[in-house]
Design a protein around this ligand. Sequence first.
Ligand code: XMP
Length: 327
Amino acid sequence: MEQAKRPETMERITTAELAKAFIDEQVGELRKQIGDKKVLLALSGGVDSSVVAALLIKAVGQQLVCVHVNHGLLRKGEPEQVIKVFRDEMKANLIYVDATERFLGKLAGVSDPETKRKIIGGEFIEVFAEEAKKLEGIEFLAQGTIYPDILESEQGIKAHHNVGGLPPELNFELVEPVKLLYKDEVRVVGKELGLPDNMVYRQPFPGPGLGVRCPGAITRDRLEAVRESDAILREEFAKNGLEGKVWQYFTVVPDFKSTGIRDGKRTFDWPVIVRAVNTKDAITATVENVPYELMQHITDRIVHEVKGVNRVLYDFTPKPTATIEYE
Ligand code: XMP
């Protein structure tokens, strides 16, 4: 398929005025392309799909059907925020599918990282296709493809992650309104569309979600410990001015226990590993120098608020030799 090329003369969208002009132009284009037909969008709550949703709501309102699939591996509060922002505030036509049991059931006992990823990706397409088949009159599929996705797929770095895999009977025409934009431009457009800052300036989050931060076979209790400790870390980074400054930060709960002590009694619980890294392109990464007092405070909160955890460790390893994620 012929891929779109960004014209060399295209100005970088850096200001609210430029974003506004882009939005006006795209709204016109989208109305022309979609007419009175319906368009479907898998809305993850990440920056790209959220901006595409907001653009389409502006352009075609109720003709857009968003599907938010909760695979059970999202961060604390994420599905709730998607529902609040898009259904309650933007009045979008949003289908929320809680597929947690389905995903965790399929993942039970699976410890190989690539197999875990395949199960999550495959199941996601299946759930989305099932929802699409229930709907009538959909002719378009919207996607949050951005320019780096096109460049990377051209260079063979990664297969174009969108479209691939939808069953052939779902023969939709594609709608990709931000496909010529770089990530920073998508954020400027999102801000101008009125999306909340914590959605627009969100740190990268992998498709397989917390699943890759629960190394080995995922168990519900360890997954809960990852989710709760991640929420504490994000809250403390936000309070202490590190949100938006550190490129990516998260917690991992490895599959081993160690001895500890609580209220004079022996415990045998998991450690939480904190990781905070900076990078430009995710190919190499350096470790953030988090203030010692802040790490002490985060440690204190995690060991007292997260069930089943008795230690907090900090990962000092750059990429290479480590990768950013643990799987
Ligand atoms: P690594 O661990 O390879 O991560 O150093 C580099 C960046 O890619 C993200 N990442 C993923 N994103 N699906 C995604 O959508 C994945 O399977 C995946 N694995 C890693 C990671 O969060 C980091 O930003």
